[in-house]
Design a protein around this ligand. Structure first.
Ligand code: B16
Ligand code: MG
Length: 213
């Protein structure tokens, strides 16, 4: 029976969270808004506009100023993405993806980021994927299941035939809501609702651990 693996990007395949932090921090400093690494943790897996709202902590601005701030942050972020190389793949990711691919498992990406294509190209792994879902593909973001369902459709598989690998609470909830098998990457406090947890990420995972009977 056909099987699919669908991966979140930031926190599962690579750690762009540090670059998101640096870009948001530069914006926050320019706007005289306090912003710490701990504040940045709450933005994990959260789309750009919602991230800005969390950073602003209730401060109110007109729409054109919000758009300008998002654009400024994204420009800083895109400049930082130029540093990404295949060496930035998280430990164990390349062997896991490669082994799954040669075994015939269909591979999908399901990232909230509008920069996901740039990132996977810089990581050198775009050809491994049979379907790529990013921040442009659906309207409703995680915890809505829409993006993972979109990717499963492109893979030609029912959600019940797919595992979703996620590091964010909202992503795990999205996978469960869509009827997928949810694999949580990270601490129990964050991904505890997943069906199975990999606290250390894909470096401790083996494809034969993921079977559906
Ligand atoms: P962008 P993921 C998410 O990626 C990031 O975790 C989150 O911090 C970011 O705000 C979001 O993408 C949107 O990114 O501004 O590039 O569109 O975890 O869903 O791969
Ligand atoms: Mg993530």
């Amino acid at each position: 029976m056909e099987l699919g693996f669908i991966f979140d990007l930031d926190g599962v395949i690579t750690d762009t969270a540090e670059y998101h932090y640096q870009a948001w921090k530069q914006l926050a400093d320019e706007e005289n808004i306090p912003f710490t690494r701990q504040d940045n943790e709450a933005l994990r897996g959260v789309p750009r506009r919602r991230s800005l709202e969390l950073l602003l902590k209730g401060r109110v601005f007109p729409e054109d100023k919000l758009v300008e701030m998002e654009t400024r942050k994204n420009n800083y972020y895109q400049a930082l993405l130029e540093n990404i190389t295949p060496g930035d793949l998280l430990p164990g990711v390349l062997p896991f993806l490669t082994e799954a691919k040669v075994t015939g498992i269909r591979l999908g990406l399901g990232s909230a980021s509008k920069n996901a294509m740039t990132v996977i190209r810089r990581l050198g792994i775009e050809p491994l994927f049979d379907a790529i879902g990013d921040g442009y593909c659906v309207v409703n973001h995680k915890p809505a299941p829409d993006l993972f369902i979109w990717v499963a459709g492109r893979l030609g598989l029912w959600p019940t035939r797919c595992f979703v690998f996620e590091d964010a609470e909202a992503g795990v909830d999205a996978a469960i809501a869509g009827g997928f098998h949810a694999i949580g990457i990270g601490p129990d406090e964050r991904v505890g609702r997943a069906h199975y947890i990999l606290p250390e990420g894909l470096k401790t995972a083996h494809i034969h651990d993921f079977r559906i009977t």
